[in-house]
Design a protein around this ligand. Structure first.
Ligand code: ADP
Length: 259
């Protein structure tokens, strides 16, 4: 009988080990697949602005070789296009660098006294062109003196990423941004009326390399929200999202007055 018990225990142990191995194998396969998928998305995303840059430069080269001096007015749209694509490329590369820095804890916050309402107003202003191009109305409500010891550039990056998404996935519906004081710190909300996110995907959107298959044609590396969350948490803050498909999404960030 003792022998039977030992045999049963041994079998159970082997079965558990086999299950564990199967799980590890499945997880590693999923990780490999996610990495391959990310590489293919990243190559595509980096190639697009480079192609546009080269087209703009070729257009200018043709003009230069044509001999006649072109009016600056005719050249300006090409130069603006080159500037826009160069900026997009730089942003993509910056987010790749940031992810690697965040992974290895190499991001240090540069803390100073910051007025969040002013930061948000600045970012919104920078998006004037994109809002006009996509016919997206935006309303901004800011409270005065929403002050804390924060990293100004990193908060700019947080708001930029969220607003970029709100416009990209916003289907031209009105966007509402608000900044207010709360418990001595700040609360920032960004509400869009766009495509929204399904409840199955919602838990994953802050992950690294998370791109919804359904949102692939919008472009992006799937790193923005990962970076946003990490930066907010480095500040000791939190980020929440509420969303439903077709109804839009609301992102709420809470920051303590200092990390
Ligand atoms: P990216 O936009 O580059 O794909 P993000 O990390 O910024 O990467 O977002 C991850 C995913 O979350 C997006 O692919 C998209 O599916 C979803 N998402 C983010 N913001 C919004 C939003 N405002 N509305 C709808 N979906 C969103």
């Amino acid at each position: 009988r003792d022998e039977d018990v030992r045999l049963a225990e041994d079998l159970a142990w082997r079965a558990a080990l086999a299950l564990d191995n199967a799980r590890l194998y499945r997880e590693s396969q999923e990780a490999i697949q996610a990495r391959d998928e990310f590489l293919s998305i990243a190559s595509h995303e980096l190639r697009t602005p480079i192609t546009a840059l080269r087209l703009g430069i070729q257009r200018l080269l043709r003009l230069a070789r044509g001999g006649a001096e072109p009016a600056w007015k005719t050249v300006a749209p090409s130069l603006e296009g080159i500037e826009r694509q160069g900026k997009r490329l730089a942003l993509l590369i910056d987010s790749l660098l940031d992810v690697s820095r965040l992974q290895s804890h190499r991001i240090q916050l540069d803390l100073e006294e910051v007025e969040l309402s002013a930061v948000v107003r600045d970012v919104v202003e920078q998006f004037g062109g994109a809002l006009a191009r996509t016919h997206t109305p935006l309303s901004l409500r800011t409270e005065a003196s929403v002050v804390g010891r924060w990293d100004r550039l990193r908060l700019e990056q947080v708001v930029t990423n969220l607003l970029d998404n709100a416009i990209k996935y916003g289907a031209s519906a009105p966007i509402e941004v608000s900044v207010a004081r709360e418990n001595g710190g700040a609360v920032l909300t960004l509400k869009d009326g766009g495509i929204g996110i399904s409840s199955e995907r919602l838990p994953f959107i802050f992950g690294r390399f998370e791109r919804a298959v359904s949102s692939r044609h919008y472009g992006g590396l799937g790193l923005g929200l990962y970076i946003v969350r990490q930066l907010v948490e480095l500040h000791g803050g939190s980020i929440q999202v509420e969303s439903s498909p077709g109804q839009g999404s609301t992102f709420t960030i809470r920051l303590p007055p200092h990390p």
